[in-house]
Write a protein that binds this ligand. Structure first.
Ligand code: NCD
Ligand code: ZN
Length: 345
């Protein structure tokens, strides 16, 4: 039995840091485990320009603890009025690593998202020409579509057309939750990949709805049926370079989660690698963990792999039921549970 696993330091290819005091307190959780992270731009107001992206990057860098090496990879929030010249300049200057498309109102702080995806096609054409990665929150927002069907419907209504219209555009289908998404990504060309969160590998929708409503298991896209979870586990642990790590760590204070209208988002950063490695262990795929966590993402993003290493050990890791951020309670992913893997550093 493998009791210690040493791999190249991983990166987190989808993450929310927020801003201000909360950001300053959550950055260290990610910087402790990961070398880089793709930072989501859904602030209020969103990060829509190169100037805003550079300033946000500097605020994050100022929050990285002394002696820790961590690089935030910034994303530009696409809107109905994105300036393609500014985006291209931001990418050329190294401010932006990718651009993020949220259908308007699909999730937290996405009101300024894209209201008509076809109107964005000129920007997507420019991104294809400049080889800028497109990250997609793939859910339709049509009120007539059941929340559990919104990802599948997005593939049929929009994603197939985007991929067919821009065959060279690199697309990350983010935080996928369905076997439909797995199949779509597998069948698409090498320019299409996907991130998978720890929560969607661990839980199905029962964890949110059975035995009383469980707000700390609620995120978007919402967890689906067990068949989908099993398809995601097979994809993550199967060795394909099209799937890589993206926690979607999305901190919300406990008071905002345990509410009559609780926020969507799971704070996964404090237990990220322990959570993922547990899945690979359960699937008998520890030898494939480094690919998923540390190799497939850089290959897709055309970035070098990290040179330093991290070690995980098979040992009891009691996860605190609550942590504190800005003096307020926040519940981490796996809060109150005991995991069987520990991150040593
Ligand atoms: C994210 C957030 O809170 O910003 N929430 C979530 O449930 N994942 C937004 C997102 O990625 O959808
Ligand atoms: Zn997210």
């Amino acid at each position: 039995m493998t009791d210690r696993l040493t791999i190249r330091r991983p990166d987190d290819w989808h993450l929310h840091f927020r801003d201000g005091a909360v950001m300053r307190e959550v950055v260290p959780y990610t910087a402790r485990q990961f070398a880089r992270a793709i930072v989501m731009p859904n602030l209020t107001p969103p990060v829509t320009t190169t100037v805003l992206g550079a300033a946000y990057r500097d605020r994050i860098l100022a929050a990285v603890p002394e002696g820790v090496s961590f690089t935030p990879l910034m994303t530009c929030y696409l809107t109905d009025s994105t300036d393609a010249d500014d985006l291209a300049r931001g990418a050329a200057e190294g401010v932006f690593t990718a651009a993020k498309m949220y259908p308007a109102n699909a999730t937290t702080n996405s009101a300024a998202g894209v209201s008509n995806i076809e109107n964005l096609y000129p920007v997507l054409a420019r991104m294809e020409a400049e080889d800028i990665v497109l990250c997609i929150h793939g859910e339709v927002t049509d009120h007539n579509v059941d929340v559990f069907d919104r990802e599948k419907e997005f593939i049929e209504r929009h994603l197939r057309a985007i991929v067919a219209s821009f065959p060279k555009l690199r697309v990350v289908f983010e935080h996928i939750t369905t076997s439909d998404a797995v199949d779509f990504v597998m069948e698409a060309g090498p320019q299409v990949a996907a991130t998978i969160t720890p929560q969607h590998l661990h839980i199905n929708r029962n964890a949110m709805l059975v035995g009383g409503i469980q707000p700390h298991n609620y995120c978007l896209p919402v967890a689906k049926r067990e068949t989908h979870r099993l398809a995601l586990r097979a994809a993550a642990t199967g060795g394909s370079g099209k799937f890589f790590l993206g926690t979607d760590s999305a901190p919300h204070l406990r008071s905002a989660k345990e509410s009559a209208c609780g926020c969507a988002g799971i704070f996964g950063a404090p237990t990220a690698l322990e959570s993922y490695v547990t899945v690979f262990d359960e699937e008998g795929a520890l030898d494939r963990f480094e690919g998923f966590a540390s190799l497939h993402g850089p290959a897709f993003y055309k970035l070098p792999v990290n040179e330093d290493k991290v070690t995980l050990e098979r040992a009891e890791f009691p996860v605190p039921p609550v942590l504190h951020v800005t003096g307020e309670e926040i519940v981490p992913w796996h809060g109150g549970q005991t995991l069987e893997w520990k991150f040593l550093g």
